[in-house]
Write a new protein. Sequence first.
Length: 69
Amino acid sequence: YRLSDRFYDLLIKKFDRSGRGTVAFDDFIQACVSIQTLTTAFSQHDHLKTGEITINYEDFLLLVFSLKT
């Protein structure tokens, strides 16, 4: 996947518990699990495998709140 620097910066901030701009190994594993969970949920709606989906707001909320992260 090609993701933006903005995304990587946010990911580091989310999983950096020390506040040093680094991610500990355990947190790295948790980040990987979270990304895999989100990717799987996204893929279920990406029927044409284009990397884009169109869903309404309620379906988005159902998707997000049904995730086990």
